[in-house]
Design a protein around this ligand. Sequence first.
Ligand code: HEC
Ligand code: HEC
Length: 246
Amino acid sequence: MRMIGVARLAVAAVALFCGMPASALAQAAAARRASHALSAFAVAKAERLLRDRLPCLGCHELGGDGGRIGPSLSNVGARRSRDHIAAMIGDPQRIVPGTIMPKVRMSAATAALIADYLSRRARSQEPPAFAPPPSYGTPSGTPPGDPATVYHRFCAPCHGLTGDGDGYNAPFLSVRPTAHASAAYMSTRSDDALYDAIAGGGYIMNRSARMPPFGVTLSAAQIRGLVAYLRTLCGCAGPAWSRDDR
Ligand code: HEC
Ligand code: HEC
């Protein structure tokens, strides 16, 4: 009895301190218990992975940082169950057929940590809505076939409709998306390097992790098609040493 009283008092004191009603704090505490309490270490680890290692914030806003292609993750725990979040991370194409969200390779432990962390993000206030320009189409739908349509749907939001590195999402990224239309730059990149960046994402290429990996979601033929399409955007070939016709 006495312990409960002390705990109540502590909650009320913290509530007073934070300027939050005690009921809101109690609710938050209950939500935390319901969805695995995370240690401060686990929270810090999840935040570091999301900021520096994973591509999620290339497309999603979280706490004011990140892209606007997908829905905000700042309050995703208020909209979606932990199971839904975990399923979306595990196999986005199964949950939303044709979505441009790629399946990202990560350990089961990392996937569980990210799902735990995001399911606890439940700010009551919705972040400001963002509507992509209509010329970009929608981020989901039937998986497209030809490379130009794949590029338009999956790549243009960041790299721009004509590959100038100026898609509607580019202003929300700290690193400028590569200008695929730049012959000066693209002629220094081999086709293999372009393929690896598309399949493996920026992180494994020692570049911005916000360039997502598409190697699980797009087929090898689609990625080869994209490399060929990038060559039409720049009107250039790779360096002589990298070409078969050298
Ligand atoms: C290339 C962009 C892109 C990347 C990278 C990406 N997502 Fe998404 N994500 C989306 C889009 C777009 C949707 C909305 C589904 C749709 O309409 O296609 C979405 C939906 C979601 C949802 C469901 C949200 C809701 O409110 O329904 C969650 C959760 C999610 N993503 C988490 C992640 C996580 C975690 C990562 C990193 C491992 C990630 N996403 C990487 C584009 C992306
Ligand atoms: C969420 C934004 C985003 C999306 C979507 C995206 N990219 Fe990127 N991409 C980037 C950023 C940012 C970089 C620059 C990374 C760096 O320089 O550190 C990049 C870099 C690259 C590179 C590396 C170029 C080089 O210097 O070798 C290639 C190739 C590439 N993207 C192709 C694609 C293709 C093809 C698609 C669509 C299937 C795509 N990207 C989708 C953000 C994105």
